[in-house]
Write a protein that binds this ligand. Structure first.
Ligand code: DON
Length: 565
């Protein structure tokens, strides 16, 4: 048995080392680095750094560039979270999550029989939360930026005006969503995202309406979006097509500075996003469990490694569903949830040779998503400032609604609320009172921008898209580096596994489980589902000499790129 185990572990490590060897692109940069899901956005950020901008200037420019070059997740009408570390070692976090419109109410996505209609929460005008991105970028720049605001919008405006040459990935994605986008934009001509013939790699996609919207933001800052022409365009969309966001909703939107969550993991400082993201709490809980059950004593890919992760995740996602939501609306017991004693008790029931059962609650029938509809980017600069931003429209191209005359997609973030207790959302996540819909409330998120420090110096900047799998992807990248002592490239390339309490299943990338480990997991009762991809990292690691090593997850998303100098 021991020999079979050794062969199985060898098999996983061989696959890992082999795949790293063919994709090894790690290169270090002394001065600054940007890692994002699109090469043009990474280049924009790198240019800002080289012109003397700091990481926060570059982040603003990258956020707006992504709205043009990566419209399925990059956005001006979505939201996100920024985790910040200044060169002085101070931390901060910015919540620019969308909020529910004032006219929203708890049962708004239920039909007469009380059943949730997920089409209403996921598609079209009713699915849209009041966007937070523009106010977020303005606040980030006001507090930490060093360059002129206007200069940070110029690259995105140019890209929108001159057009972006489509990669194969982006052309295919637009084609895949063509019918859904057409369905939500019936009466519109000039929709740049729908053409008569399918998009092809190499086509140029320009968007003059988006260039104008960006120009308004460049000249008027927040008022260029939440007031005036662009705001009117959004409100008229809503009035014409059954949405509920009004002018006051837009005027009232405010991004919020929040105290980041700080924890420890095996002599590393872990800094992550507090509620309304569930990411930071869940990550600290998982790490506590990994420390308690001595994750570092198991080998990567072994039965014990996978079983332990799944058992931890089952408990952590159950807490998420019960306790987490917008802290301004629901008293979240944050201290208790990350308290050592509480977690010791919670994780003490884990048996290493037995699967525990998720509670008998109606399980979600939705499989874990394999496409990347959110986007994460990480930036570090010459002075040692670092920023991790995860931003999203929620689904691919959000609600699929393109604002007529504005040229941009609106989010469908309302689906991140728990529309009805126990009924899963598009990620199979369930929730209850803590995440129920209320006017002006923020919907719970899994986005987990995170920064890790070792001995007082920057160690990792990381994050990922992937809905509910974001948290576990971030977790695995940290333990890959710290417990399994992988190098930066390996820790990103390593195959990933995910579980989330409900559905009571284990999702694994095809290379993650050797036949022997898969067999043993099934023997103790785990239900394994193979997924083509879990998460898409955009990480920065700091070498011992202090150089930045950017790692884009190109194995999982070919357009991702590192740019640095
Ligand atoms: O905030 C959240 O947790 C979700 N709206 C994230 C969506 C997402 O990651 C989709 N992408 N893959």
């Amino acid at each position: 048995m021991q020999i079979i185990k050794k062969i199985a572990v060898f098999f996983v490590l061989f696959l890992l080392v082999f795949s790293c060897a063919i994709s090894d692109q790690s290169k270090s940069y002394k001065n600054g680095v940007v890692v994002s899901a699109h090469y043009l956005a990474s280049e924009v950020g790198n240019e800002i750094l080289q012109k003397g901008g700091n990481a926060f200037d570059a982040a603003v420019a990258v956020q707006f560039a992504l709205a043009v070059v990566y419209p399925r997740a990059g956005n001006i009408a979505g939201g996100g979270f920024a985790l910040i570390r200044t060169s002085k070692g101070e931390y901060n976090s910015l919540d620019f999550r969308e909020v529910a419109p004032r006219a929203a109410f708890e049962q708004m996505y239920c039909d007469r029989e009380g059943n949730v209609n997920s089409d209403w929460s996921q598609k079209g005008h009713l699915a849209v939360g009041v966007p937070g991105t523009v106010d977020g970028m303005v606040k980030l720049h006001e507090k930490y930026g060093s360059m002129k605001w206007e200069a940070l919008l110029v690259p995105a405006i140019k890209l929108a005006r001159n057009g972006v040459v489509l990669s194969e990935l982006e052309a295919n994605k637009l084609n895949d969503y063509r019918d859904q986008i057409s369905a939500q934009n019936k009466n519109k001509s000039n929709n740049p995202y729908v053409r008569e013939r399918p998009f092809r790699e190499g086509d140029t996609l320009s968007n003059l309406a988006l260039a104008r919207s960006l120009l308004a933001i460049k000249t008027k800052g927040r008022n260029g979006f939440y007031e005036g022409e662009t705001a009117n365009l959004i409100v008229s969309e809503m009035e014409k097509y059954g949405g509920i966001i009004n002018a006051k909703d837009l005027q009232d939107y405010q991004a919020i500075w929040r105290k980041p969550l700080i924890g420890e993991y095996r002599e590393h400082k872990i800094v992550s996003m507090p509620p309304p993201s569930s990411g930071g709490i869940a990550l600290l809980q998982l790490l506590k469990g990994a420390e308690m059950h001595k994750m570092n004593e198991w080998s990567f890919g072994s039965f014990e490694h996978i079983h332990l992760m799944v058992e931890l995740e089952r408990r952590v996602y159950a807490d998420r569903a019960t306790w987490l939501g917008d802290p301004d609306f629901y008293p979240i017991p944050v201290d208790r949830l990350v308290d050592g004693e509480y977690l010791e008790n919670r994780f003490a029931t884990i048996e290493m040779d037995e699967k525990s059962n998720s509670q008998d609650v109606k399980a979600g029938s939705v499989a874990v998503i394999e496409s990347f509809e959110t986007t994460h980017f990480s930036i570090a600069d010459q002075e040692g400032n670092a920023v991790a931003i995860t931003t999203t429209l929620n689904g691919n191209y959000g609600s699929k609604v393109v604002v007529e005359g504005g040229g941009f997609f609106l989010n469908n973030e309302m689906d991140d609320f728990s529309c009805k207790p126990g009924v899963p959302n598009q990620f199979g996540l369930v929730g209850g009172e803590a995440n129920a819909i209320k006017p002006k409330k923020r919907m719970l998120s899994s986005m987990t921008p995170t920064i890790v420090e070792k001995n007082g110096t920057l160690f990792m900047v990381l994050g990922s898209p992937g809905g509910s799998t974001i948290i576990t992807s971030v977790f695995q990248n940290i333990i890959n580096r710290i417990d399994f002592e992988m190098n930066p490239q390996q820790s990103v390339d390593a195959p990933r596994v995910h579980s989330q309490w409900l559905p009571d299943e284990v999702y694994a990338e095809s290379k993650a489980l050797s036949p022997e480990v898969k067999g043993k997991l099934e023997e103790v009762g785990h239900v394994i589902k193979i997924q083509s991809k879990i998460g898409m990292m955009a990480n920065i690691f700091v070498s011992e000499s202090g150089a930045y090593i950017g790692i884009a997850d190109t194995e999982r998303h070919a357009d991702s790129r590192v740019a640095g100098y």
